[in-house]
Every structure is written in structure tokens, then in C-alpha cells.
Ligand binder design. Structure first.
Ligand code: HEC
Length: 246
């Protein structure tokens, strides 16, 4: 009984934690079978994320073979650290330095798409806004006081938050973010930026379970096989029992 109560508490606290955003998450609409999107995502990831975040469950060579990129191209495209194509996607950032610079270590992102979900990631990377009170001059609507700088600001540009005054249960009025507005345009249009983020999220989804597409494809054949086998066995059973008196 105690265990059940504890389980319920854990489940429930998750629901409560998930409810910190003021609006529903937008769907990332990724297409895990779109290899071109995954390739772009891998490139963006190497250019903008891999200096701080490792993907230590993944090897460069696996990305190469899964996405059809040869070793030479792969090296040009993703490896800037002198690592070999067969190496795991580690970073050279020391935990101690990271602590000093950011106050916390940038987490490994191998399974982030599974723990956070792709929709959250899609919204997170589009929800940085200007906040001079923060060390990097930005905050994030879905990750309050995030220690990560807005590394894609050149592409997206800078957003500011607009606020609503909301009266709390305690009678005190608080400012709640009602939306984000682009005030300094970036190098790409908002639609193009959404696609950049979608590609990165698609890549993170892929590294979270590289064999997922294969598994789903194989799954269809397994189900078909089981269905045919069932029919076959049905007739075998009929044949087998046909001489037995009821
Ligand atoms: C300059 C270093 C740096 C770069 C580059 C960087 N990040 Fe981060 N990132 C951080 C730090 C530090 C945190 C921890 C934030 C915290 O805990 O407040 C973080 C946190 C995150 C989180 C949240 C993880 C969680 O706790 O759930 C995600 C997702 C993320 N980063 C994705 C990315 C992606 C995608 C890129 C590339 C577009 C990127 N980061 C580039 C430093 C960086």
C-alpha cells in the first residue's frame, strides 16, 4: 500500500512538473524517416551544440552509416576536435570549467528527446528571450533561469517577452509571460528558424534511439508473419482434431 502511494506521488508530481508552462506545447512535427532533415540536424548539432553537450552513447561512425555519409565528409561536417570517426561523441569541456562558466555542467543529450519529449525540445530552442538580469542576457520561457546561452541567436534573432498581469489565489498580482515577440531579426526568417530547430530535434530524436526506424519497419513484418502463422495454425489444428469424436 505504501509503495502504491509512493508510486502515485511520483506519477502525480510529474504531472504537476509538466504543467509549468502557461500554454500547451507546440508539436515538433518531425519526420524520423527524412534523412535530409537528419543530416542537416547533425550538422547544426555539430556546429552549435557539440562543443558543450556530448552525445556519449553515439559514435560519429554510426551517424555516418545510418545517414549515408562517408567518413571523409563526416569528418569535415562534424568533427572539429581531432576525434576519430569511430569515437564516441564526447566533448573536451572539463566538468570543473563548465561549473565555473555556467554554474552547472551541460548535460549529455543522448536520451534528452526521450526524457523531455520532442515537442518540449522544439519549444525550448525557440523560447529564449532577452532578460538583462541573467548572466547570458537571456532567459527561457519553458526553462526558467536556464544556464545555457541562446546559442542560435544569430539565426533566430532576439525575442522579448510580453506580459499579462494575473491575479493569484493569494490576491497578489503577478506578471505572467503571454507571448514572445521578435524584435531583432536574425539571419533566417521565423519559418526557416522553425525548420532549423525541427532538424536539430529530429537529430536528437534519432540519437535517442538510432534503431527506431528499423524496429518499426521490422515490426510490421513480424506482425504480418504472426497473422499468417495464425491462419496456418488454425487449419493445422482443424486437420489435427478432425477425427476426434466430439
Ligand atoms: C555554451 C555551451 C552550450 C551550448 C553551445 C549549448 N548548450 Fe545546451 N545547455 C548548456 C547548459 C550549461 C545547460 C544547463 C542548463 C541548466 O541546467 O540551467 C544546457 C541545457 C540544455 C538543455 C536542457 C537539458 C535539460 O536539463 O533538460 C537542452 C535540451 C539543451 N541544452 C540543448 C542544446 C542544443 C540543442 C544546443 C545546440 C543548438 C545546445 N544546447 C548548445 C550549455 C550549452
Amino acid at each position: 500500500m505504501k509503495n502504491i502511494a509512493a508510486l502515485l506521488l511520483v506519477l502525480f508530481s510529474n504531472i504537476v512538473m509538466g504543467a509549468t508552462t502557461s500554454h500547451a506545447l507546440e508539436a515538433a512535427n518531425i519526420d524520423p524517416d527524412d534523412t535530409e532533415s537528419l543530416k542537416r540536424g547533425a550538422k547544426y548539432f555539430a556546429d552549435y551544440c557539440l562543443n558543450c553537450h556530448s552525445v556519449a552513447l553515439m559514435r560519429y561512425s554510426r551517424v555516418g552509416s545510418d545517414l549515408g555519409i562517408d567518413d571523409v565528409t563526416l569528418e569535415d561536417m562534424m568533427i572539429f576536435t581531432g576525434a576519430k570517426v569511430g569515437d564516441l561523441m564526447q566533448i573536451s569541456l572539463e566538468a570543473e570549467d563548465a561549473k565555473q562558466w555556467f554554474g552547472t555542467k551541460p548535460p549529455d543529450l543522448s536520451v534528452i528527446a526521450r526524457s523531455r519529449g520532442v515537442d518540449w525540445l522544439y519549444v525550448f530552442l525557440r523560447s529564449f528571450y532577452k532578460d538583462e538580469s541573467r548572466p547570458w542576457g537571456v532567459n527561457n520561457e519553458v526553462f526558467k533561469d536556464v544556464a545555457m546561452p541562446h546559442v542560435l541567436w544569430e539565426l533566430q534573432g532576439l525575442q522579448v517577452a510580453t506580459y499579462n498581469d494575473v491575479l493569484g489565489d493569494d490576491g497578489v498580482s503577478r506578471k505572467l509571460i503571454s507571448g514572445l515577440k521578435l524584435v531583432e531579426p536574425g539571419k533566417v526568417t521565423p519559418d526557416e528558424y522553425n525548420q532549423v530547430v525541427r532538424d536539430i530535434v529530429n537529430f536528437l530524436h534519432y540519437v535517442g534511439e538510432p534503431a527506431k526506424s528499423t524496429r518499426l519497419q521490422l515490426g510490421k513484418w513480424v506482425i504480418l508473419y504472426l497473422a499468417l502463422f495464425f491462419v496456418l495454425m488454425y487449419f493445422v489444428k482443424k486437420e489435427y482434431w478432425k477425427d476426434v469424436k466430439k
